[in-house]
Design a protein around this ligand. Structure first.
Ligand SMILES: Cc1cc2nc3c(=O)[nH]c(=O)nc-3n(C[C@H](O)[C@H](O)[C@H](O)COP(=O)(O)OP(=O)(O)OC[C@H]3O[C@@H](n4cnc5c(N)ncnc54)[C@H](O)[C@@H]3O)c2cc1C
Length: 378
């Protein structure tokens, strides 16, 4: 008999989990609360581990075509001085594949396009779920009840599934950092992947395939504050940083803002009965290692590869929890050592260490979390 799965949420984790399960022969329904998909978010860096998962899902070539492979890059100071540099193709030589910068909308479109058109139900916000696989969501004509052999909670950092079935888990807490993201129109000028750091602030830029540039910025700040002219806020904070930062911000239309949060206490299991959590629902992490979506892709492929076994969900938890929580911890540590560091003496010491670190060692530490390969699917 065909096994059934309900996936809650159609972000990167939900769509990739749905695709993996569909390829493994499951009948899948994805319930997504938004009524229609718009151009999603800004950009994203997919690293070797995430790209290998996309290869396993049969989408690696399509995503690489819409992404731009890293050429060279590194870390700079706010005045533009380089602290660490990686030459063209060096990361690819270590990992066998380069990282790529891609627009989130392109990745989302590719994932969505790979699923049969009737799999994703939009405008379906779930508000109840049980460990034995029953889900209730709000349909156009009132509440709808669905049941499945497997429920996948892929509903993001403020996960309803986690809130209902993991009542013992504390909600994600703000880490004292606000981030902004934007994408410029086609950019005239040479540009490499770079992150620039100052005291308590960073600005990163990633060229995209069509000449546009994805950028992100972050500062130490208390959460909240009224939504306002976010572009003006970034301009005021980064207006005197090295070129082309002020021009990139000035050229950007929509600027997205997030008050960053993660779980202080990691979950003790990603599985309850027939329910498994994936992506940010399972392990919300800071973006400092650029691994959140890459880990979500790992979850998806591992889940699809084991879910059909009698002990499948236990195996999923065993394989995914230690690694994803290690990456989340490391990401937080990188944030504290990098963007969040404010003390001028500590910043000067960090910059010196970075300048003196041999490129080979810097490369190895960059490759450390990205060097992972998924199990075969199906
Ligand atoms: C500034 C910043 C930069 C980042 N950069 C990178 C990077 O370079 N590389 C990287 O790998 N990661 C990066 N990340 C992390 C990455 O964005 C996330 O880890 C990833 O998008 C998580 O995907 P997800 O599908 O788990 O969650 P989401 O993208 O949040 O998707 C959840 C989905 O569930 C839906 N949903 C929510 N509640 C319900 C409900 N009750 N019923 C039905 N549907 C529901 C939502 O509408 C949404 O569509 C970054 C994050 C930030 C903040």
């Amino acid at each position: 008999m065909t096994r059934t799965a309900v996936v809650v949420g159609a972000g990167i984790s939900g769509l990739s989990a749905a695709l993996g399960l569909h390829r493994a022969g499951w009948r899948v329904t994805v319930l997504e609360r938004v009524a229609a998909f718009g151009p999603v978010g800004a950009g994203l860096v997919l690293q070797a581990n995430g790209l290998r998962c996309l290869d396993a899902l049969g989408l690696g070539a399509a995503v690489r075509e819409r992404g731009r492979a890293d050429t060279s890059g590194g870390t700079r100071r706010a005045d533009g001085r380089w602290l660490a540099r990686v030459g063209p193709g060096e990361l690819a030589r270590v990992l066998g594949t380069p990282a790529i910068g891609v627009h989130r909308a392109a990745l989302h479109e590719i994932l969505l396009g790979a699923l049969p058109h009737d799999v994703v139900v939009t405008g379906a916000e779930i508000h109840a779920v049980t460990a034995d696989g029953h889900v209730t969501y709000q349909g156009p004509g009132g509440p709808v009840r669905a049941s499945a052999d497997l429920v996948v909670g892929a509903d993001g950092i403020r996960s309803t599934v986690r809130g209902l079935l993991w009542p013992e888990a504390a909600a994600p807490t703000h880490i004292g950092v606000t981030a902004w993201r934007g994408v410029t129109p086609a950019w005239d000028g040479d540009l490499v992947v770079a992150i620039s750091w100052d005291r308590g602030a960073e600005f990163g830029m990633v060229p995209l395939v069509d000449g546009r540039v994805y950028w992100f910025a972050a500062v130490n700040a208390a959460p909240g504050g009224p939504a306002g002219d976010e572009r003006a806020r970034v301009r005021d904070r980064f207006g005197d940083w090295h070129d082309p930062i002020p021009a990139l911000v000035a050229a950007t239309g929509t600027v997205l803002r997030d008050d960053l949060a993660c779980l202080d206490e990691p979950l003790t299991t990603y599985v309850k009965g027939r329910v498994a959590l994936v992506g940010d629902a399972a392990h919300p992490m800071t973006p400092n290692l650029g691994q959140g979506a890459n880990q979500a892709l790992e979850d998806a492929v591992v889940l699809a590869s084991v879910a059909g076994r009698p002990d499948g969900l236990a195996a999923y938890d065993r394989q995914r929890r230690p690694r994803s929580q290690r990456v989340a911890r490391a990401s937080r540590a990188v944030g504290r050592f990098g963007q969040q560091l404010e003390n001028p003496i500590a910043v000067a010491a960090r910059d010196t260490v970075m300048r003196l670190t041999p490129p080979r060692l810097a490369l190895r530490s960059m490759a450390r979390y990205a060097d992972w390969s998924p199990p075969p699917l199906g």
